[in-house]
Design a binder for this molecule. Structure first.
Ligand SMILES: [Zn+2]
Length: 128
């Protein structure tokens, strides 16, 4: 049985790692966070959980930009490359249309931080 994180655990891990990084970089406010959502996660649940746990942290009020999972995958059996999206996956399994072999796409089950856009303390919201 494949171990799969639920939304609550995935968001908690991502946020605690991110907060540690922000602290190190002395970033006190974040404008937006970009996240790549693994295919098993519900976007609505991720957003709700994120909003719930970031109160009173530098992430409070940050816009969450969510990318759907995609990747380029080269079939290990026949060597043909495919661009994979959530639509091509059964759970985490990709079935190669060229040879019919199935492969587990591990990254498709993860929640990944793509980018963080901090607010600069010395600037207001106007254009720089
Ligand atoms: Zn193949």
């Amino acid at each position: 049985m494949h171990y799969q994180l639920d939304e609550k655990t995935a968001v908690a891990q991502l946020v605690s790692a991110l907060l540690a990084k922000l602290k190190k970089a002395s970033i006190h406010r974040v404008k937006a966070v970009r996240i790549r959502r693994g295919t098993p996660f519900s976007e609505a649940l991720l957003r709700a959980e994120f909003t719930r746990i970031v109160d009173n942290t530098p992430l409070q009020g940050a816009v969450i930009v969510m990318d759907d999972f995609t990747c380029n995958f080269t079939c290990k059996t026949c060597g043909v490359s495919h661009f994979i999206t959530g639509d091509n996956l059964f759970d985490l399994l990709f079935i190669c249309p060229d040879c019919g072999w199935s492969h587990e796409i591990e990254n498709a089950g993860m929640l990944e931080l793509v980018d963080v856009m901090p607010c600069l303390d010395t600037q207001d919201d106007g254009p720089a």
